[in-house]
Design a protein around this ligand. Structure first.
Ligand code: TYM
Length: 343
């Protein structure tokens, strides 16, 4: 049997990249799961704290994210859906893994390096770069490894940007297994699961991924966007000036991104779609991509509006999810403590 684990940060309404790259896969895995497969999905509040958060906004994002997960079709009867910050085992295991992880290994993480690069622009002095960033951001991937290993997860559905974090998680599992040998290794080495659209690009800058934190709100489509907003964002998406439509992610990333989104919405191969639009222009393609995205999002959007109002229901689901998660991770935590000599 498989144990599927994944997480998402409660930093606002998810965008189309989150949905096509990860969330839609969670729902698919749930619908294809065998009866003895386990599915565990977490809203990772502690990870969100690595960047400054307004407490009021975080509080509402946290509840909104739970509503989103239910709105897209995750079933709290079938899957464990919970807030990471309501299960203290996550930070407990993270501490132990921190003590097995070299600082050099974390310095090589691309997420850390790109944060450093951003702070370097602000600050010319290279020693002060790191002093601008908090230690939580540095050790973020270790907490992510703890999330996964706590449930001995075997499969982790994520977008491509999480690949290096998954590799670190496997390494930490292996280091733990080898350092604290017993009759059998404690942790399985988890594998990532990608969707075909594992990297959706920014609508304004096709050299970077669609992200929650990009300053230009036109660069991303949110799951709550209306048909009009979707249409206008896609209409103004940056493509290229090559006439006609072809699927070429390397030299025509903006156009390929539209085709990727289209294909993910309609379950078609993007290269096949391109053939249909060969003699047409970007304008025609964009109109149809916007329609396909609207078609995909309208159900979840309406459901989200409904579930968001049901505060009592959401509280119950969160409470139930947290207690099932704690129950589930307790045995791992006990075993970890015994192996390292703390119990
Ligand atoms: P987060 O909250 O940034 O993103 C949630 C999921 O969305 C995927 N994603 C994308 N996929 C395709 N195209 C994009 N433009 C795009 N942007 C985001 C992400 O890959 C992710 O799967 N570190 C994680 C959260 C986390 C986690 C975990 C994930 C914490 N613990 C344990 C898996 C297992 C993160 O920041 O995701």
């Amino acid at each position: 049997p498989r144990t599927v684990f994944s997480g998402i940060q409660p930093t606002g309404i998810p965008h189309l990249g989150n949905y096509l790259g990860a969330l839609s896969n969670w729902v698919q895995l749930q619908s294809k799961a065998e009866p003895d497969d386990e599915l565990i999905f977490s809203i990772v509040g502690y990870h969100a704290l690595t960047l400054p958060q307004d407490p009021k906004a975080l509080r509402s994002s946290r509840t909104d994210m739970l509503a989103v997960l239910l709105a897209i079709g995750l079933d709290p009867q079938r899957s464990i859906i919970f807030h990471q910050d309501e299960n203290p085992h996550h930070t407990e295991l993270a501490w132990i893994l921190n003590c097995l992880c070299s600082v050099g290994r974390l310095r090589r993480m691309t997420t850390w390096k790109s944060r450093l690069a951003t702070s370097r622009n602000v600050n010319e002095e290279s020693e002060v770069d790191e002093s601008l960033l908090n230690a939580g951001l540095f050790t973020y991937p270790v907490l992510q490894a703890a999330d996964i290993l706590l449930y001995k997860a075997t499969h982790v559905p994520v977008g491509e940007d999480q690949k290096q974090h998954l590799e670190l998680c496997r390494d930490l599992a292996d280091i733990f297994n080898r350092t604290f040998k017993a009759r059998n290794p404690l942790f399985p080495l988890p594998e990532h699961i990608f969707t075909p659209s594992k990297r959706i690009l920014s609508l304004k800058d096709p050299s970077s991924k669609m992200s929650k934190s990009a300053p230009d709100a036109q660069s991303r489509i949110l799951m709550t966007d209306t048909a009009t907003q979707i249409k206008s964002k896609i209409k103004s998406a940056v493509t290229d000036s090559v006439p006609g439509i072809t699927y070429d992610p390397i030299s025509r990333p903006g156009t390929a991104n539209l085709l990727d989104m289209f294909g993910a919405c309609t379950n078609e191969n993007p290269a096949d779609i391109a053939k249909r639009y060969e003699g047409k222009g970007h304008g025609a393609l964009k109109v149809d991509v916007a329609d396909a995205v609207e078609e995909l999002l309208k159900g979840p959007r309406a459901e989200l509006e409904r579930i968001r109002q049901e505060k009592g229901y959401l509280l119950n689901i969160a409470e139930d999810g947290a207690s099932r998660a704690r129950e589930r991770s307790e045995a791992t935590m006990r075993e970890v403590k015994i192996r390292v000599g703390l119990a």
